[in-house]
Design a protein around this ligand. Structure first.
Ligand code: ATP
Ligand code: MG
Length: 571
C-alpha cells in the first residue's frame, strides 16, 4: 500500500478526550476515528491490525476444536426472561421494540441465544463435547465509556460456549479454552496474567480473567510473589489474625458524637484510631435488608458479599431503607441489638473493644464486643483486599497491581441449560442437562491493550503478529525515478516473501516521515533514499532498536525477510 493512495492521516496532537497512551496513539496514528463517546470507526490500518488479532483468535479456537458460528446480535427479550437476566442486566442492556411491539435486546453477550440453539441441536451424548464460538459485535450501554476501544458501547468479542455431559468433562473443555487463551495472548505479543475472578451476573462458580498488566488498567489485581496466587480485587481473599482489640473494656457505653458521620469524624469524636471503629452498612440483598460490618479503615467488597449471600441483586440501602431497617440513618448505624441479619468481616474476629454506631442519630457505642454484644449471623471474608494483606494460600504479603481484562473464562454448570431445558440422552437412555462453560475475549480491547503495553514516547511498537504492516518503506526521494524504482522493486520482492509492506511515498521532509514511521510503529523500517544508496544500500532498522544497518539492495529482501522471521519466532 502507498501512503499517497491511502486514507491514512496522522495527527500531531492528542485527541482531547483521550486519557491513556494507547487511546491517544491509536487516534494519532490514524488507526481509529471517533464517531461519538464509546463508538469508533476502524480506519484501514486499524482494521488490518484488528483482522490480524481476529485471525490469531480464530486459528487457536479452531485448533482447540471449537466450531465457528454466527448468531444474531438482535435478540428477543423473551430469552432473557427465561434465564432470569432481563431484570439483572439492568440499563446496561440496550433494549428496543420491533414494529410488533416485541421487546428486543442488542446482545451484550450470547449465553441465552446459544443455549436455546443447542437445546435444539444436541440430542445425544454422542454429539458431546461440543464447543462453538463466534466473532461478533456486542452492545453494552456502559455507564462510563472511555479509553477508546477499552470500554466502548459497541465492541467486538469472541465468545465461545462449551457443552459437555458432566462436570468433569466440562473441566476439560474449560482447560482447552484456558490453554488456547494463553496461546492467543502470547501470539499477540501480550503478557497476560490469568487471575481468579468474580463471576458477576453471568452466574456459575469458577472463573479466570486474563489480565494485561498496565498502570492504566481499570482492575486491581492482588498478586503473591511467593506462591503466584493472583486474583481480581473483586474476588481476592486474605488470611487475617482478626482484630487487635481483644481486651475487653467493659460493656457498651453510649457516647454523643454530634455531626460525626464518617469513620474519621467518629474516631476523632470518641478519641480512638479509625481502625478501632467497626463500620456498618445496610444492604438490600434481593430486596431484604442485611447489615455488613467491617473495620473502619477497610472497604466492604460488594462482589464478595453478594457471592457469600448467594443473592442476585445487592444494593446499598438508601437513607429511607436504612432507617426502616435499623432505626437510624447512615453514619450512626451499628450491629448491636438489630433485628436484621448481621454479617461481620473476619478482620473483626475476637474484637472485644470496638466503637460502632448506636442506631441513634448523633450517638456511637464504645467498648462493644463483637463476640458478646453482637448477634453475628455469619463471619466471612467481606473486606476488599489491599496491598500488604496476607495471601490466602501461603500467608505472605500480597502486592497490588493494575490490569486490563482482555479475556474471561467461566464454568457455568447447568445454570442456563436448566432454564432452557437443554438436555441430552445418556448412553443409558436417560435425559440429563448439559454442563456449560463460556469464554470471552474482547478482540477490540485486546488490540488496544497491545498498544498500551507496547509503546514509547514516539509511538506504537507493534509486535509483528498484529502490526498493520510488517514493513514500512520510507521512500525519501519519490521524484527520483531510479530511487523510486528500487523502492518499488523491494516492495514487490518483500511481498513475494509473504511480507505486507506500507510505503511512505509522500513528498515530505525525511524528518516528517521518520516521525510518522515511529508513530505508526511497524516493526521493520526500511529507508530508501539517494544518499543511502550512494553509501551502499538501504537502511534497515527495527522499531525496537536504535541500530541502523545498511544492506545492499540485492540482498535487502532476504535480509528483511530473515529479520521478520526472527521477530515472529521470538513471540
Ligand atoms: P468489564 O469488567 O471490563 O466491564 P466484563 O467482565 O463485563 O468486562 P465479560 O462479560 O467478561 O466483560 O466480556 C468478555 C470480554 O469482553 C472482557 O474480558 C473484555 O475483554 C471485553 N469487554 C467487555 N466489556 C467491554 C467494553 N465495554 N468494551 C470493550 N471490550 C469489552
Ligand atoms: Mg469479565
Amino acid at each position: 500500500m502507498r501512503w499517497t493512495r491511502s486514507l491514512l492521516a496522522t495527527l500531531r496532537d492528542d485527541p482531547q478526550e483521550a486519557e491513556i497512551a494507547s487511546h491517544k496513539l491509536m487516534v494519532r496514528a490514524g488507526l481509529l476515528r471517533k464517531l461519538t463517546g464509546g463508538l469508533y470507526t476502524f480506519m484501514p490500518l486499524g482494521l488490518r491490525a484488528l483482522h490480524k488479532v481476529t485471525q490469531i483468535v480464530r486459528e487457536e479456537m479452531d485448533r482447540a476444536g471449537a466450531q465457528e458460528i454466527l448468531m444474531p446480535a438482535l435478540q428477543p427479550a423473551e430469552l432473557w426472561e427465561r434465564s432470569g437476566r432481563l431484570a439483572t442486566m439492568g440499563p446496561g442492556m440496550f433494549r428496543l421494540k420491533d414494529r410488533a411491539e416485541r421487546l428486543m435486546a442488542l446482545g451484550p453477550t450470547h449465553e441465552e441465544v446459544v443455549t436455546e440453539l443447542m437445546s435444539g441441536e444436541i440430542n445425544s451424548y454422542r454429539q458431546l463435547p461440543c464447543i462453538v464460538y463466534q466473532v461478533q459485535t456486542k452492545f453494552r450501554d456502559e455507564i462510563r465509556p472511555r479509553f477508546g476501544l477499552m470500554r466502548a458501547k459497541e465492541f467486538i468479542m469472541k465468545d465461545a460456549y462449551s457443552f459437555d455431559t458432566s462436570l468433569e468433562a466440562a473441566d476439560s473443555s474449560y482447560q482447552a479454552m484456558y490453554d488456547a487463551y494463553v496461546r492467543i495472548f502470547k501470539r499477540c505479543g501480550l503478557k497476560a496474567q490469568p487471575v481468579e475472578a468474580d463471576t458477576g451476573t453471568i452466574g456459575g462458580n469458577h472463573s479466570h480473567e486474563f489480565m494485561v498488566l498496565a498502570p492504566s488498567g481499570e482492575d486491581g489485581i492482588l498478586y503473591c510473589p511467593a506462591c503466584s496466587y493472583a486474583a481480581n480485587q473483586e474476588r481476592a481473599e486474605r488470611q487475617t489474625d482478626g482484630s487487635p482489640y481483644t481486651a475487653s473494656a467493659g460493656s457498651p457505653t453510649e457516647i454523643a458524637t454530634p455531626g460525626a458521620h464518617t469513620v474519621e469524624e467518629a474516631a476523632a469524636a470518641v478519641g480512638v484510631k479509625p481502625e478501632q471503629i467497626a463500620k456498618s452498612l445496610v444492604y438490600l440483598a434481593d430486596g431484604k435488608p442485611i447489615l455488613a460490618v467491617v473495620q473502619g479503615t477497610r472497604e466492604i467488597n460488594e462482589c464478595k458479599l453478594r457471592r457469600f449471600l448467594g443473592c442476585t441483586m445487592l444494593t446499598l440501602a438508601d437513607d429511607e431503607a436504612t432507617v426502616k431497617a435499623v432505626g437510624a440513618p447512615f453514619g450512626s448505624i451499628g450491629p448491636v441489638g438489630v433485628s436484621i441479619p448481621v454479617y461481620a468481616d473476619i478482620g473483626l474476629k475476637g474484637a472485644k473493644d470496638v466503637v460502632t454506631g448506636a442506631n441513634k442519630d448523633g450517638f456511637h457505642l464504645a467498648h462493644v464486643s463483637m463476640e458478646d454484644d453482637v448477634k453475628v449471623t455469619a463471619w466471612a471474608d467481606l473486606a476488599t483486599v489491599v496491598a500488604g494483606d496476607h495471601c490466602p494460600h501461603c500467608g505472605k504479603p500480597l502486592t497490588l497491581e493494575r490490569g486490563i481484562e482482555v479475556g474471561h473464562v467461566f464454568k457455568l454448570g447447568t445454570k442456563y441449560t436448566k432454564s432452557f431445558e437443554a438436555n441430552y440422552l445418556t448412553d443409558k437412555g436417560q435425559n440429563e442437562l448439559m454442563v456449560m462453560g463460556c469464554y470471552g475475549i474482547g478482540v477490540t480491547r485486546t488490540l488496544q491493550a497491545v498498544v498500551e503495553q507496547s509503546h514509547d514516547d514516539d509511538g506504537i511498537i507493534w509486535p509483528i503478529s498484529v502490526a498493520p504492516y510488517a514493513v514500512t518503506i520510507l521512500l525519501l526521494d519519490p521524484k527520483d525515478e531510479k530511487v523510486s524504482a528500487i523502492a518499488e522493486q523491494l516492495e514487490r520482492d518483500l511481498e513475494a516473501r509473504g511480507l505486507d509492506v506500507f510505503m511512505d511515498d509522500r513528498e515530505e521532509r525525511p524528518g516528517v516521515k521518520f516521525k510518522d514511521a515511529d508513530l505508526i510503529g511497524c516493526p521493520i523500517r526500511v529507508v530508501v533514499g539517494a544518499k543511502g544508496l550512494a553509501k551502499g544500500g538501504v537502511e534497515v532498522k527495527l522499531r525496537t532498536s536504535k541500530n541502523v544497518e545498511i544492506v545492499p539492495v540485492e540482498s535487502a529482501a532476504d535480509a528483511i525477510a530473515d529479520q521478520a522471521a526472527a521477530l515472529k519466532e521470538a513471540l
